[in-house]
Design a protein around this ligand. Structure first.
Ligand code: ZN
Length: 232
């Protein structure tokens, strides 16, 4: 009896020890790229590769098999520099954290967040730094469903500086106010409008996109499922 108890304790201890390695072992199943974030800083050379990794990362997130969660290791890997492969403009909504929903962790993506994922001169400056100086290959403008900022624009709310912010979203309202899909349709059209604004207002980004050195793409996040759909 005593021996059995000791055996059980030893087995339990071994299970605890080895459960730490399980995440790394499972991650190997989903392909070579999936492992890169663990063993080394992920370096991707083309915008197509970056889109592929973001799609894979979102798939890992949805399937609950994240691999880029060893933050201590990622801090170690990035302490002497960063080479983020993408810059993502996303809403400030607490349910839409790009590092998590794309399973990128620390050091792989620049993230700019503002209510309604709209651009302004500071956002453009940050993006220009990312693509021109830091070598990011992809700009993603990501909206989401049930967006509070978009709802504010549709409902014409007035509140301090927020009035200006929602005012910038208003030109994206294309549907009739009675349309039950007006919020999500406006959020999608706001993404496309923002992409147009970025290309119109940043000569640097316009040129890099024109020369196919950088790509810009819209995306839409579903807060009910965790799924990101790219607007290709
Ligand atoms: Zn939002």
């Amino acid at each position: 009896m005593k021996n059995l108890t000791i055996k059980a304790i030893v087995i339990a201890a071994l299970c605890l020890t080895f459960s730490c390695g399980r995440q790394t072992k499972d991650s190997g199943k989903s392909g070579k790229n999936d492992k890169a974030g663990i063993s080394e800083q992920l370096i991707l050379k083309t915008s197509d590769d970056v889109i592929k990794e973001l799609k894979n990362g979102n798939k890992r997130f949805v399937e609950n098999r994240l691999i880029n969660t060893d933050y201590k290791k990622q801090i170690e890997l990035t302490k002497t520099g960063q080479k983020p492969h993408a810059v993502i403009l996303s809403c400030m909504d607490s349910r839409v954290p790009p590092e998590i929903i794309f399973d990128q962790g620390i050091g792989n993506i620049f993230v700019i967040r503002v209510a309604g994922n709209i651009e302004d001169v500071n956002v453009l400056g940050s993006m220009e730094y990312a693509v021109e100086h830091a070598g990011s290959k992809l700009i993603v403008v990501m909206g989401h469903n049930h967006c509070g900022a978009v709802t504010g624009a549709v409902e014409d709310i007035k509140l301090g500086n927020l009035t200006q912010l929602v005012g910038q979203i208003k030109p994206a309202i294309k549907s009739d106010i009675k349309d039950p899909d007006i919020i999500d349709q406006t959020a999608k059209s706001n993404v496309l409008m923002t992409i147009g604004d970025i290309l119109n207002r940043s000569e640097i980004i316009h040129e890099l996109v024109h020369d196919k050195k950088v790509a810009i793409i819209g995306a839409f996040y579903d807060i009910e499922t965790g799924i990101v759909t790219f607007m290709e």
